[in-house]
Design a binder for this molecule. Structure first.
Ligand code: SAH
Length: 464
């Protein structure tokens, strides 16, 4: 991490301290904290808490708003609900077809072979949702016995207690136990599994194969605008939106009957964040006035951690490190994301500012930023990003779909497999095969992985 990035992170954390205190105070009306009071208070909506914070201390960053909406321990979107599937708010690739998890599993096996078969590995998944991807991967690993027998344990990083319970019931028959640093159980395949809320808590002692599918898009972003006076942070305010109407008097921009709402505002003055964030890369510094950018220092931290986990696992047989990370998400391959904060509810886009905490908020992943952090500070080779459709084809989704379709005994079954295949690989009209990208981190100077231009490294030892 460069000095600038580190400084920015410190400043970001410090600047959130007043917010944290206020949120803690605001949330004292909610959930577990009510026990501290003599009589229980009515539960406060997250929107009311955030409005109170803004009214008291001024606008908050988009990152702080996103973090509260998604993972506030009482009312965050992910904390109390299972948002997946037709009944939920959105559907992800592993939920569309088992083929997705199977091909991610095959990629891990090919990468393990390319790295001369490390003896012991840990599977880590960030943000596993319902654990559908992991369930399909574990099933697929049963066909690759030498690989399967090297898996020492599985570690999941999950912020949501509700989804942790869903993951446990999807993967395990044994009970879940609370441990000193998280939760643990045993999967149906007999593998120890542990849950953590933060990647930093996951032990670093073993070669890790790490999957992050639709995880980075949930990490908070900051937005900045390059004004005549320099970079300024775009913040979330709670106010009556400024608006000129045909009947406005000169200088009058408000209609007085409106109620305050959450809205975006460009801070008129600089802050530590707006001084340091846009200065942290030459990609931002050269942008002209009126440009906007989104940056996610929290994502940079995770990318650096993933890369270091790989490059730190050095042995005489693997002098540049061992293990791999696979990041699958949506976002541009090269350009800097701009204005991509979005909210999804019931499979439709809604305003990110309506009823905070009730819709999924996400933003495009800046793959170029993740790549440069991983290469520069994590000392790994970064492959891609490539489009999901191309990656799945390189892994053999066509052949797998044909086998699956042939196994179906009804025309409806065959039709379903065909539709799932097309949904995953389709490239036209902003479909999943194009907008989702796949990027891999591997130890420096190891062969190019399958799916990124490389082939299977045959070592004559067999995989079944
Ligand atoms: N990978 C799954 C789910 C993607 S949704 C799939 O593709 O189906 C995002 C997941 O990340 C959810 O499990 C959510 O609870 C988790 N998550 C979001 N923000 C997180 C954070 N800051 N820390 C840990 N987990 C988080």
């Amino acid at each position: 991490m460069t000095l600038r990035t580190r400084a920015f992170n410190c400043l970001r954390r410090d600047s959130l301290l007043p917010l944290r205190c206020l949120l803690a105070r605001g949330l004292a009306n909610q959930g577990t904290q009510t026990s501290l009071r003599s009589s229980p208070q009515p539960r406060k909506e997250l929107g009311d808490v955030l409005a109170d914070v803004i009214k008291t201390t001024g606008p908050i960053s988009v990152a702080a708003y996103m973090r509260q909406c998604l993972t506030n321990p009482d009312s965050g979107y992910y904390i109390n609900k299972d948002p997946f599937g037709v009944e939920g708010d959105f559907i992800t690739s592993p939920e569309i077809s088992q083929m997705f998890g199977e091909l991610v599993a095959i990629w891990c096996v090919t990468e393990w072979m390319a790295q001369r078969r490390p003896q012991q590995i840990r599977l880590i998944e960030l943000g596993p949702g319902r654990a559908t991807l992991l369930r399909d991967m574990l099933k697929a690993f049963q066909s690759f016995v030498p690989f399967k027998s090297t898996i020492a344990d599985i570690c999941l990083v999950e912020a949501s207690p509700t989804l942790r319970t869903a993951q446990h019931s999807n993967l395990c028959d044994s009970a879940m136990k609370e441990t000193a640093d998280g939760f643990s159980s045993i999967t149906r395949y007999g593998l120890p599994i542990k849950w953590y809320t933060n990647l930093k808590e996951v032990p670093r002692d073993v070669t890790s194969f790490i999957i992050a599918h639709e995880f980075f898009d949930a990490l908070p972003i900051h937005q900045f605008e390059h004004t005549q006076h320099g970079w300024r942070e775009i913040m979330v305010d709670y106010s009556i939106p400024e608006r000129k109407t045909p009947l406005s008097l000169p200088g009058q921009t408000r209609s007085f009957d409106e109620k305050p709402k959450f809205n975006l505002t460009v801070l008129p003055y600089y802050t530590p964040s707006s001084k340091v964030g846009p200065e942290s890369s030459s990609r931002y510094k050269k942008l002209p006035v009126n440009s906007k950018i989104e940056i996610s220092p929290e994502s940079w931290d995770v990318a650096k951690d993933l890369a270091l986990r790989i490059s730190e696992q050095r042995t005489p047989e693997s002098p540049t490190g061992s293990g791999a990370a696979l990041v699958i998400d949506y976002g541009p391959a090269k350009t800097i994301p701009v204005d991509t904060l979005r909210a999804i509810k019931g499979h439709h886009f809604v305003s990110p500012f309506e009823e905070p905490g009730t819709a999924d908020l996400s933003a495009d992943v800046d793959f170029t930023a993740l790549k440069s952090v991983a290469e520069r500070e994590g000392h790994v080779a970064v492959h891609g990003p490539v489009e999901q459709g191309d990656w799945l084809h390189a892994l053999g989704i066509g052949a797998r779909a044909t086998v699956l379709a042939n196994q179906q005994t009804t025309p409806e079954g065959k039709d379903r497999v065909a539709k799932e295949y097309h949904r995953l690989v389709e490239r036209s009209g902003g479909a999943m095969g194009k907008i989702y990208k796949v990027m891999a981190l591997t130890p420096d100077k190891t062969p190019t992985p399958v799916g990124f231009g490389g082939g299977v490294v045959e070592d004559g030892q067999g995989i079944e």
